[in-house]
Write a protein that binds this ligand. Structure first.
Ligand SMILES: O=C(O)C1=C[C@@H](OP(=O)(O)O)[C@@H](O)[C@H](O)C1
Ligand SMILES: C=C(OP(=O)(O)O)C(=O)O
Length: 450
């Protein structure tokens, strides 16, 4: 399945510190995790779902294409406004071509749970980044439902899946803290007779559980140990179409907020940001560094807590981020490292092993981003130690973004706060999660070359 949702040409950028503070009040695009799930659950439900605020990034457009190929009728009505006519739980059909999930781990891993639990055969692939990422973490539990997987060596895409339309319900303890693996198991459990049970030793983002309930499934969540959870899903529910309002993505807001903290004199408001407590570890960490982040207008929209965040620039100091916080800020470490580089004193981020299997090896890539720009950084085991420059990041480096949107945006934020310009080899992959990022930053005064 060839689509046009892929960065087609390289977009290099050189970032200079702006002459004036950043200021303004903006919205960031819709939450990526919730947008993928909205399309998938709407396609599995009976009836018509209207989605408002859907992220129209390339990753989510891949999910839309895949659900269409499986039989759902998905229409874009306007900016962020989408209508999905679902097929019902047993109504998906065999896709007649390879499903290309582009750059998106979430799309590939969640979809594998759906494909494994339907009685047809499908093949999934992705771009060079996604083809390098581990799929065994979903293949292993899903194989126990009776599905058969054939992958490249090491459990890499392309992946052929012979699904089982009468899957066995799983009882599975997550060996890695991954909301994607949890969600794949729960999605397969939808078609299984009986109860599917997932134990997670550390709680991960719970958008799947929330949305399952929203569509009418019975889901029980109980605490387990120190910070863990047990999730139980009753199989074969009647999923009924529901309207969905997608909040602004806190992982996207992160870049705007850190830029606002680091560019002297700045004051920026980001409106309508999702504040699900399993996503807000970055805000906790920034506050521990002394950041002035004020939350106002807190409300619940579409079942998720939302608020407006006002950031005021100011000096930061080093922080020690515990490993237990990692799942609630897993995608935010590259930009937190930029904040730590600007801070006074040393920061330590603990337990970052999962960063090695993202769109790039983000541990190595973040180290390279800092070192190329004159910041000292050490890796000790799975911990990263950043030696802060006290507001004087030298800059002047060339950053290789390795098909990784978060690195590209982190490099841009670093350039806005560095003494010499920062060059970024390719910003095109930003479109996977944050289309319009450069224009939005320019609307608050970043002065990036368009
Ligand atoms: O479930 C999700 O929507 C996501 C879970 C996280 O991945 P892992 O489950 O691999 O930690 C995160 O990094 C990704 O951006 C989105
Ligand atoms: C890791 C990420 O996404 P995914 O796993 O969906 O590719 C991310 O957006 O930072």
């Amino acid at each position: 399945m060839k689509t046009d949702h892929a960065p087609s040409s390289v977009r290099a950028l050189t970032v200079h510190a702006p002459r004036a503070p950043l200021s303004g009040s903006i919205h960031v695009p819709g939450d990526k995790s919730i947008s993928h799930r909205a399309l998938m659950f709407a396609a599995l439900a009976r009836g018509t779902t209207h989605i408002t605020g859907l992220l129209e990034g390339e990753d989510v457009l891949r999910t839309a294409d895949a659900m269409r190929a499986l039989g759902a009728d998905i229409i874009r009505d306007g900016v962020g406004e989408w209508t999905v006519k679902g097929c019902g739980l047993d109504g998906l059909r065999e896709p007649d071509d390879v499903l290309d999930m582009g750059n998106s781990g979430t799309a590939a891993r969640l979809l594998s749970g759906i494909l494994a639990s339907h009685g047809f055969t499908s093949v999934m692939t992705g771009d060079a980044s996604l083809r390098g990422r581990p799929m065994k973490r979903v293949m292993d539990p899903l194989a126990a439902t009776g599905a058969v997987f054939l992958s490249r060596q090491g459990g890499r895409l392309p992946l052929a899946i012979q699904g089982n339309g009468d899957p066995a319900p799983l009882s599975y303890r997550l060996p890695v803290a991954s909301a994607q693996v949890k969600s794949a198991v729960l999605l397969a459990g939808l078609n299984a007779a009986g109860e599917t049970r997932v134990e997670e030793p550390v709680a991960t983002r719970d958008h799947t559980e929330n949305m399952l309930r929203h569509f009418g499934a019975t889901v029980r969540v109980e605490p387990m140990g120190a910070g863990g959870r047990v999730i139980t899903l009753q199989g074969r529910p009647e999923l009924v179409a529901q309207d969905i309002v997608v909040p602004g993505d806190p992982s996207s807001a992160a870049f705007v907020l850190v830029a606002g903290l680091l560019v002297p004199g700045s004051k920026v408001v980001v409106q309508g940001v999702g504040l699900n407590p399993l996503r807000t570890g970055l805000f906790t960490s920034l506050r521990e560094m002394g950041a002035d982040l004020a939350i106002s207008n807190e409300r619940v929209e579409g079942g998720e807590p939302v608020g407006d965040i006002t950031v005021t620039a100011g000096a930061l100091h080093g922080v020690d981020v515990p490993a237990t916080r990692a799942p609630s800020m897993i995608d935010e470490y590259p930009v937190l490292a930029v904040a730590a580089a600007h801070a006074t004193g040393q920061s330590r981020f603990r337990g970052l092993e999962e960063l090695r299997v993202k769109e790039s090896d983000r541990l190595a890539a973040t180290v390279a981003l800092l070192e190329a720009n004159g910041v000292k950084v050490d890796v000790v085991g799975d911990d990263m130690i950043v030696h802060g420059t006290g507001g004087a990041i030298p800059g002047g480096g060339l950053v290789r973004t390795r098909m990784d949107h978060r690195l590209a945006m982190s490099a841009i934020v670093m350039g806005l706060a560095a003494s010499s310009p920062v060059s970024v080899d390719d910003t095109a992959f930003i479109d996977t999660s944050f289309p319009g990022f450069v224009a939005l930053m320019n609307s608050i005064g970043a002065g990036l070359a368009a």
